[in-house]
Design a protein around this ligand. Structure first.
Ligand SMILES: NC(=O)c1ccc[n+]([C@@H]2O[C@H](COP(=O)([O-])OP(=O)(O)OC[C@H]3O[C@@H](n4cnc5c(N)ncnc54)[C@H](O)[C@@H]3O)[C@@H](O)[C@H]2O)c1
Length: 281
Protein backbone atom coordinates (compact mmCIF):
# COMPACT_ATOMS: atom_id res chain seq x y z
CA UNK A 1 0.00 0.00 0.00
CA UNK A 2 1.36 3.44 -0.86
CA UNK A 3 1.71 5.68 2.13
CA UNK A 4 1.77 9.43 2.23
CA UNK A 5 5.21 11.06 2.67
CA UNK A 6 4.21 12.55 6.02
CA UNK A 7 3.31 9.10 7.37
CA UNK A 8 6.58 7.63 6.15
CA UNK A 9 8.55 10.39 7.84
CA UNK A 10 6.51 10.17 11.03
CA UNK A 11 7.02 6.43 11.43
CA UNK A 12 10.55 6.65 10.11
CA UNK A 13 10.38 3.18 8.56
CA UNK A 14 11.98 4.18 5.27
CA UNK A 15 14.14 7.03 6.53
CA UNK A 16 17.54 7.20 8.20
CA UNK A 17 17.70 7.48 12.00
CA UNK A 18 18.70 11.15 12.13
CA UNK A 19 16.01 12.24 9.72
CA UNK A 20 13.48 10.06 11.49
CA UNK A 21 14.09 11.68 14.86
CA UNK A 22 14.05 15.21 13.48
CA UNK A 23 10.84 14.62 11.57
CA UNK A 24 9.04 13.04 14.48
CA UNK A 25 10.12 15.83 16.81
CA UNK A 26 8.94 18.43 14.33
CA UNK A 27 5.61 16.76 13.72
CA UNK A 28 5.00 16.48 17.46
CA UNK A 29 5.77 20.15 18.05
CA UNK A 30 2.99 22.70 18.15
CA UNK A 31 3.41 24.77 14.97
CA UNK A 32 3.00 27.99 16.92
CA UNK A 33 5.95 27.35 19.25
CA UNK A 34 8.82 27.46 16.78
CA UNK A 35 10.52 30.35 18.58
CA UNK A 36 10.14 29.31 22.20
CA UNK A 37 13.24 30.54 24.03
CA UNK A 38 14.72 32.18 20.91
CA UNK A 39 16.00 35.77 20.95
CA UNK A 40 15.03 37.57 17.74
CA UNK A 41 16.37 41.01 16.70
CA UNK A 42 14.12 42.91 14.24
CA UNK A 43 14.87 46.18 12.38
CA UNK A 44 12.10 48.37 10.96
CA UNK A 45 9.98 47.14 13.87
CA UNK A 46 7.80 50.26 14.03
CA UNK A 47 5.78 49.63 10.88
CA UNK A 48 4.61 47.36 8.09
CA UNK A 49 6.44 44.07 7.61
CA UNK A 50 8.70 44.70 10.63
CA UNK A 51 5.73 45.22 12.92
CA UNK A 52 3.91 42.16 11.57
CA UNK A 53 7.14 40.19 12.03
CA UNK A 54 7.31 41.17 15.71
CA UNK A 55 3.69 40.24 16.37
CA UNK A 56 4.05 36.90 14.60
CA UNK A 57 7.41 35.84 16.07
CA UNK A 58 6.28 37.07 19.51
CA UNK A 59 3.13 34.98 19.31
CA UNK A 60 5.34 31.97 18.46
CA UNK A 61 7.33 32.40 21.66
CA UNK A 62 10.24 34.64 20.59
CA UNK A 63 11.81 37.14 22.98
CA UNK A 64 12.06 40.16 20.73
CA UNK A 65 14.45 43.09 20.50
CA UNK A 66 12.98 45.60 18.03
CA UNK A 67 14.71 48.69 16.66
CA UNK A 68 13.64 51.58 14.45
CA UNK A 69 14.06 55.34 14.11
CA UNK A 70 10.34 55.81 14.83
CA UNK A 71 10.04 55.71 18.64
CA UNK A 72 6.23 56.05 18.79
CA UNK A 73 5.73 53.30 16.24
CA UNK A 74 8.08 51.05 18.21
CA UNK A 75 6.05 51.54 21.40
CA UNK A 76 2.86 50.72 19.52
CA UNK A 77 4.42 47.52 18.12
CA UNK A 78 5.61 46.47 21.60
CA UNK A 79 2.09 46.91 22.93
CA UNK A 80 0.68 44.81 20.06
CA UNK A 81 3.27 42.10 20.80
CA UNK A 82 2.27 42.09 24.47
CA UNK A 83 -1.42 41.84 23.49
CA UNK A 84 -0.48 38.79 21.41
CA UNK A 85 1.16 37.22 24.48
CA UNK A 86 4.77 38.00 23.56
CA UNK A 87 7.61 40.05 25.06
CA UNK A 88 9.61 42.79 23.36
CA UNK A 89 12.46 45.15 24.23
CA UNK A 90 12.67 48.25 22.05
CA UNK A 91 15.48 50.67 21.22
CA UNK A 92 15.94 53.61 18.90
CA UNK A 93 18.57 52.72 16.33
CA UNK A 94 19.42 54.34 13.03
CA UNK A 95 20.75 51.38 11.07
CA UNK A 96 22.81 53.65 8.82
CA UNK A 97 25.19 54.23 11.76
CA UNK A 98 27.70 51.42 12.32
CA UNK A 99 28.29 52.30 15.98
CA UNK A 100 24.54 52.33 16.69
CA UNK A 101 24.15 48.89 15.06
CA UNK A 102 26.96 47.39 17.16
CA UNK A 103 25.57 49.03 20.33
CA UNK A 104 22.06 47.68 19.69
CA UNK A 105 23.26 44.10 19.12
CA UNK A 106 25.43 44.31 22.26
CA UNK A 107 22.50 45.66 24.29
CA UNK A 108 20.21 42.91 22.98
CA UNK A 109 22.69 40.22 24.03
CA UNK A 110 23.26 41.88 27.40
CA UNK A 111 19.53 42.19 28.15
CA UNK A 112 18.31 38.89 26.68
CA UNK A 113 21.40 36.73 27.13
CA UNK A 114 22.06 35.66 23.51
CA UNK A 115 21.00 36.15 19.90
CA UNK A 116 19.34 33.49 17.74
CA UNK A 117 17.90 35.39 14.78
CA UNK A 118 18.61 38.73 13.03
CA UNK A 119 15.82 39.98 10.78
CA UNK A 120 16.89 42.96 8.64
CA UNK A 121 13.55 44.45 7.63
CA UNK A 122 14.07 48.26 7.72
CA UNK A 123 14.09 49.82 4.28
CA UNK A 124 13.31 52.95 2.29
CA UNK A 125 12.43 53.64 -1.33
CA UNK A 126 12.54 56.82 -3.38
CA UNK A 127 11.26 57.01 -6.96
CA UNK A 128 12.86 59.34 -9.51
CA UNK A 129 14.13 59.52 -13.05
CA UNK A 130 17.61 57.98 -12.97
CA UNK A 131 19.24 61.13 -14.31
CA UNK A 132 17.55 63.21 -11.59
CA UNK A 133 18.16 60.95 -8.58
CA UNK A 134 19.72 63.14 -5.91
CA UNK A 135 22.91 62.25 -4.10
CA UNK A 136 20.92 62.38 -0.86
CA UNK A 137 18.32 59.82 -2.02
CA UNK A 138 20.96 57.54 -3.55
CA UNK A 139 23.02 57.57 -0.34
CA UNK A 140 19.94 57.09 1.87
CA UNK A 141 18.77 53.96 0.04
CA UNK A 142 22.24 52.41 0.03
CA UNK A 143 22.75 53.28 3.69
CA UNK A 144 19.42 51.95 5.04
CA UNK A 145 18.88 49.01 2.68
CA UNK A 146 22.46 47.75 2.33
CA UNK A 147 24.92 49.24 4.82
CA UNK A 148 22.57 48.77 7.81
CA UNK A 149 22.06 45.03 7.25
CA UNK A 150 25.83 44.66 6.72
CA UNK A 151 26.79 46.48 9.95
CA UNK A 152 24.21 44.48 11.91
CA UNK A 153 25.43 41.23 10.34
CA UNK A 154 29.01 42.09 11.32
CA UNK A 155 27.91 42.68 14.90
CA UNK A 156 25.55 39.70 15.05
CA UNK A 157 27.51 36.89 13.39
CA UNK A 158 29.79 36.03 16.34
CA UNK A 159 26.68 35.69 18.53
CA UNK A 160 24.85 33.68 15.85
CA UNK A 161 27.79 31.30 15.53
CA UNK A 162 27.50 30.71 19.27
CA UNK A 163 23.79 29.82 19.04
CA UNK A 164 23.69 28.23 15.56
CA UNK A 165 21.39 31.08 14.62
CA UNK A 166 20.44 32.73 11.35
CA UNK A 167 19.80 35.95 9.42
CA UNK A 168 16.87 36.76 7.13
CA UNK A 169 17.23 39.89 5.01
CA UNK A 170 14.18 41.47 3.41
CA UNK A 171 15.25 42.26 -0.16
CA UNK A 172 12.79 42.88 -3.02
CA UNK A 173 11.87 41.77 -6.52
CA UNK A 174 13.71 45.02 -7.38
CA UNK A 175 16.91 43.28 -6.33
CA UNK A 176 16.29 40.50 -8.83
CA UNK A 177 15.36 42.57 -11.89
CA UNK A 178 15.84 46.03 -13.29
CA UNK A 179 12.91 48.25 -12.35
CA UNK A 180 12.35 51.66 -13.87
CA UNK A 181 12.53 54.84 -11.77
CA UNK A 182 14.09 53.07 -8.79
CA UNK A 183 17.75 52.75 -9.76
CA UNK A 184 19.02 53.38 -6.22
CA UNK A 185 16.52 50.98 -4.66
CA UNK A 186 17.36 48.27 -7.23
CA UNK A 187 21.09 48.74 -6.63
CA UNK A 188 20.64 48.58 -2.84
CA UNK A 189 18.47 45.44 -2.90
CA UNK A 190 20.65 43.64 -5.47
CA UNK A 191 23.59 44.56 -3.25
CA UNK A 192 21.77 43.16 -0.22
CA UNK A 193 21.15 39.87 -2.03
CA UNK A 194 24.77 39.43 -3.06
CA UNK A 195 26.02 40.60 0.33
CA UNK A 196 23.92 37.76 1.81
CA UNK A 197 25.38 35.30 -0.70
CA UNK A 198 28.92 36.41 0.13
CA UNK A 199 28.32 36.05 3.87
CA UNK A 200 26.61 32.69 3.31
CA UNK A 201 29.75 31.39 1.62
CA UNK A 202 32.18 32.91 4.10
CA UNK A 203 30.34 31.26 7.01
CA UNK A 204 29.31 28.07 5.22
CA UNK A 205 31.42 25.93 7.58
CA UNK A 206 29.65 27.30 10.67
CA UNK A 207 26.10 26.47 11.71
CA UNK A 208 24.87 29.94 10.78
CA UNK A 209 22.27 30.30 8.01
CA UNK A 210 21.85 33.49 5.95
CA UNK A 211 18.92 33.96 3.57
CA UNK A 212 16.84 36.59 1.81
CA UNK A 213 13.16 36.94 1.10
CA UNK A 214 12.26 39.07 -1.92
CA UNK A 215 8.70 40.44 -1.94
CA UNK A 216 7.06 42.51 -4.65
CA UNK A 217 4.35 45.00 -3.70
CA UNK A 218 3.22 44.67 -0.07
CA UNK A 219 0.37 46.71 1.34
CA UNK A 220 2.30 48.88 3.83
CA UNK A 221 3.05 52.56 4.38
CA UNK A 222 6.13 52.20 2.17
CA UNK A 223 3.89 51.66 -0.85
CA UNK A 224 1.33 54.25 0.23
CA UNK A 225 4.10 56.84 0.61
CA UNK A 226 5.50 56.44 -2.90
CA UNK A 227 5.75 59.66 -4.87
CA UNK A 228 6.11 59.01 -8.57
CA UNK A 229 8.16 61.44 -10.65
CA UNK A 230 6.58 63.78 -13.17
CA UNK A 231 6.48 62.63 -16.79
CA UNK A 232 6.76 58.98 -15.81
CA UNK A 233 6.07 56.41 -18.54
CA UNK A 234 3.29 54.34 -16.90
CA UNK A 235 3.80 51.50 -19.37
CA UNK A 236 7.27 50.90 -17.91
CA UNK A 237 5.83 50.57 -14.40
CA UNK A 238 2.98 48.21 -15.35
CA UNK A 239 5.56 45.42 -15.65
CA UNK A 240 6.12 45.44 -11.87
CA UNK A 241 2.49 45.45 -10.75
CA UNK A 242 2.07 41.82 -11.76
CA UNK A 243 -1.24 40.04 -12.28
CA UNK A 244 -2.19 39.20 -8.70
CA UNK A 245 -3.27 41.39 -5.80
CA UNK A 246 -0.61 42.97 -3.62
CA UNK A 247 0.69 40.80 -0.76
CA UNK A 248 -0.05 41.61 2.87
CA UNK A 249 2.72 42.03 5.44
CA UNK A 250 1.55 38.76 7.00
CA UNK A 251 2.04 36.92 3.68
CA UNK A 252 5.71 37.89 3.79
CA UNK A 253 6.06 37.14 7.50
CA UNK A 254 4.78 33.60 6.86
CA UNK A 255 7.80 33.02 4.62
CA UNK A 256 10.21 34.68 7.08
CA UNK A 257 8.85 32.70 10.01
CA UNK A 258 9.63 29.51 8.14
CA UNK A 259 13.06 30.60 6.86
CA UNK A 260 14.23 31.68 10.32
CA UNK A 261 12.97 28.50 12.00
CA UNK A 262 14.76 25.20 12.57
CA UNK A 263 12.44 23.70 9.95
CA UNK A 264 14.49 25.52 7.27
CA UNK A 265 17.74 23.85 8.34
CA UNK A 266 18.60 23.02 4.70
CA UNK A 267 18.05 26.58 3.45
CA UNK A 268 21.27 28.63 3.44
CA UNK A 269 22.38 31.25 0.90
CA UNK A 270 18.94 31.32 -0.70
CA UNK A 271 16.79 34.12 -2.08
CA UNK A 272 13.13 33.23 -1.72
CA UNK A 273 10.95 35.28 -4.03
CA UNK A 274 7.58 36.05 -2.44
CA UNK A 275 6.51 38.22 -5.34
CA UNK A 276 3.43 36.68 -6.98
CA UNK A 277 5.69 35.72 -9.94
CA UNK A 278 6.56 39.33 -10.75
CA UNK A 279 10.24 38.42 -11.20
CA UNK A 280 9.48 35.08 -12.87
CA UNK A 281 8.65 36.08 -16.42
N1 LIG B 1 6.07 47.33 0.91
C1 LIG B 1 6.54 46.81 -0.23
O1 LIG B 1 5.89 46.86 -1.29
C2 LIG B 1 7.87 46.14 -0.23
C3 LIG B 1 8.22 45.35 -1.35
C4 LIG B 1 9.45 44.73 -1.38
C5 LIG B 1 10.33 44.89 -0.34
N2 LIG B 1 9.97 45.66 0.74
C6 LIG B 1 10.93 45.81 1.80
O2 LIG B 1 10.33 45.41 3.02
C7 LIG B 1 10.98 46.09 4.10
C8 LIG B 1 9.94 46.64 5.05
O3 LIG B 1 9.19 47.63 4.35
P1 LIG B 1 7.68 47.98 4.72
O4 LIG B 1 6.89 47.77 3.50
O5 LIG B 1 7.28 47.31 5.98
O6 LIG B 1 7.83 49.56 4.91
P2 LIG B 1 7.48 50.52 6.14
O7 LIG B 1 7.77 51.88 5.64
O8 LIG B 1 6.11 50.21 6.65
O9 LIG B 1 8.53 50.10 7.25
C9 LIG B 1 9.91 50.41 7.13
C10 LIG B 1 10.45 50.70 8.52
O10 LIG B 1 11.86 50.97 8.41
C11 LIG B 1 12.16 52.01 9.33
N3 LIG B 1 13.40 52.70 8.98
C12 LIG B 1 13.62 53.54 7.94
N4 LIG B 1 14.87 54.03 8.01
C13 LIG B 1 15.45 53.49 9.10
C14 LIG B 1 16.73 53.62 9.69
N5 LIG B 1 17.66 54.43 9.17
N6 LIG B 1 17.00 52.90 10.81
C15 LIG B 1 16.06 52.10 11.36
N7 LIG B 1 14.82 51.95 10.85
C16 LIG B 1 14.53 52.64 9.72
C17 LIG B 1 10.96 52.94 9.21
O11 LIG B 1 10.88 53.87 10.29
C18 LIG B 1 9.81 51.95 9.16
O12 LIG B 1 9.33 51.65 10.45
C19 LIG B 1 11.88 47.13 3.45
O13 LIG B 1 13.22 46.66 3.44
C20 LIG B 1 11.36 47.24 2.05
O14 LIG B 1 12.35 47.66 1.14
C21 LIG B 1 8.77 46.27 0.81
Amino acid sequence: MRRRWVEVRATGVETGAGLQRTSVEMLGKAPMARYDGKVVFVTGAASGIGRATCVRFGSEGARLYGVDVNADGLKETASMVRDAGGSMEIASCDVTKRDACFAAIADCVEQLGKLDVLLNVAGVVRFSHATETTEEDWNLMLAVNLSGPFFLSQAAIPHLIATGGNIVNVASNAGLMGQAYTVGYCASKAGLINMSNALAMEFVKTGVRINCVAPSGVNTSLVHGIQFPDNMDGALMKRYQGFRPMSTAEDIVNVMAFLASDEAVAVHGAVWAADQAVSTG
